[in-house]
Design a protein around this ligand. Structure first.
Ligand code: ADP
Length: 402
């Protein structure tokens, strides 16, 4: 079985074609800047290394058409025809409180996506356009989807309710939803599989640290709390997002300092976090270089804040879970930055976390045990693979349907 995984953004389509027998990637790429003067198509496959093309692409339908043509190209393609694609699996973003599992895309799912546009105004419309583009280009191909919010639907009310007047929840659905669900679910399953223990018996904390970052408490395989909230702005400090701050600060910025709503939005989402504090970059590789090569005090201070905040979340989720068996690091930063993992896990023996510093500093592909032998908590580095998770869930749905 071959599954095409699509991640449709407002002006981009990312794709991966996966062979489900081997779980190997056959082809992948991205169409960017759809609707702009010049769009960019970057792609590669098992038959060739990276190719780049620039052209005009007016809309997602055309973008998808381009991807499909590349997949069946007689010279460089990897498929003899589109009928070799058994299903499309979409990364979908916001389903409100509707779905806790992967879904076959039906009229109901489309209605839910539309209903939740106000909760994810940039992402849900792009998801809808992606679904339509598949309908036009591959009318007979089954479409499934996994919502970013789905895995966190198991959170109890005490974790998802904000202490605002209750009608904001009941009338306007303002609550914690959580994101990165597919990644947290994938690494938690991988961890259980690697340790050869049932996920239902484990207490885990999974740290997804990429450009966006979130941390999840998982009990018996279910998300019981997560750091991102009503939007992905809450929680950990991120590349350019502030994460948790006093909610009175945006009010102060507007009332006392004269910023507009749009300006405050840009400050909190695009100018804060690692970039804002360090004045260097949102890319941790640059921060790391500044610390290691130049001993730059701003980079050190920003890194201290970043790590301290992760540490505090781990402590609070330890309390929420009443213990901890496994701590997982994943995402571009969690997988690659040993210095950060060391700083986060330093002086955490009181809650049973002790790293093997030598193991932590090694750069090894795949899953890695980072904890010391006498650490009560097993600390793992697990490369995330959201596309594979979506493909696996799509495959499993199709098998159930048959
Ligand atoms: P996204 O959240 O967009 O999916 P990723 O999970 O791929 O992103 O994470 C991207 C971030 O990971 C980069 O911005 C960079 O800060 C960080 N990163 C990637 N490689 C390294 C590395 N070798 N060392 C430190 N940080 C890294």
């Amino acid at each position: 079985m071959k599954i095409l995984v699509l991640n449709c953004g407002s002006s981009s389509i990312k794709y991966q074609l996966i062979d489900m027998q081997t779980e190997n990637l056959i082809a992948e790429g991205i169409v960017e800047k759809i609707g702009e003067d010049i769009a960019l198509f970057t792609y590669k496959s098992t038959r060739f290394t990276k190719k780049k093309r620039e052209m005009v692409i007016d809309n997602h339908e055309q973008g998808l058409q381009l991807i499909l043509e590349a997949l069946i190209d007689p010279v460089t393609g990897v498929l003899s025809g589109l009928d070799e694609i058994d299903a499309v699996g979409h990364r979908l973003v916001h389903a409100g409180e509707h779905y806790s599992d992967a879904v076959v895309v039906t009229d109901d799912v489309i209605r839910v996506l539309q209903e939740c546009v106000s909760l994810a105004p940039l992402h849900n419309p792009a998801n809808l356009i992606g679904i339509e583009a598949v309908k036009v280009n591959m009318p007979n191909c089954p479409q499934c989807g996994v919502f970013d919010t789905a895995f966190h639907q198991t959170m109890p009310a005490m974790a998802y309710l904000y202490p605002l007047p209750l009608e904001f929840y009941t009338n306007h659905k303002i609550r914690r939803y959580g994101f990165h669900g597919t990644s947290h679910k994938y690494v938690s399953l991988k961890a259980a599989d690697y340790l050869k223990r049932p996920v239902e018996e484990l207490k885990m904390i999974t740290c997804h640290l990429g450009n966006g970052a979130s941390i999840t408490a998982i009990k018996n395989g279910k998300s019981v709390d997560t750091s991102m909230g009503f939007t992905p702005l809450e929680g950990l400090m991120m590349g350019t997002r502030c994460g948790d701050i006093d909610p009175a600060i945006p009010i102060h910025l507007q009332q006392q300092l004269g910023f507009t709503v749009d300006e405050v939005n840009t400050i909190l989402n695009k100018k804060s976090g690692m970039l804002g504090l360090s004045h260097i970059s949102n890319d941790m590789r640059e921060i790391e270089d500044e610390i290691l090569i130049k001993n730059n005090p701003k980079a050190i201070m920003a890194m201290d804040v970043y790590c301290y905040r992760i540490k505090k979340y781990i402590g609070s989720y330890f309390a929420a879970l009443n213990g901890l068996d496994v701590l997982v690091f994943t995402g571009g930063i969690g997988e690659n930055m040993s210095m950060l993992r060391e700083q986060v896990c330093r002086e955490m023996e009181a809650i049973g976390i002790k790293l093997n510093l030598e193991e932590n500093s090694k750069r090894i592909d795949g899953i890695q045990v980072l904890s010391a032998e006498d650490s009560k908590v097993i600390v793992l580095k697990i490369p995330t693979n959201e596309e594979l998770m979506i493909a696996l869930e799509t495959e499993s749905l199709l098998r159930q349907e048959k």
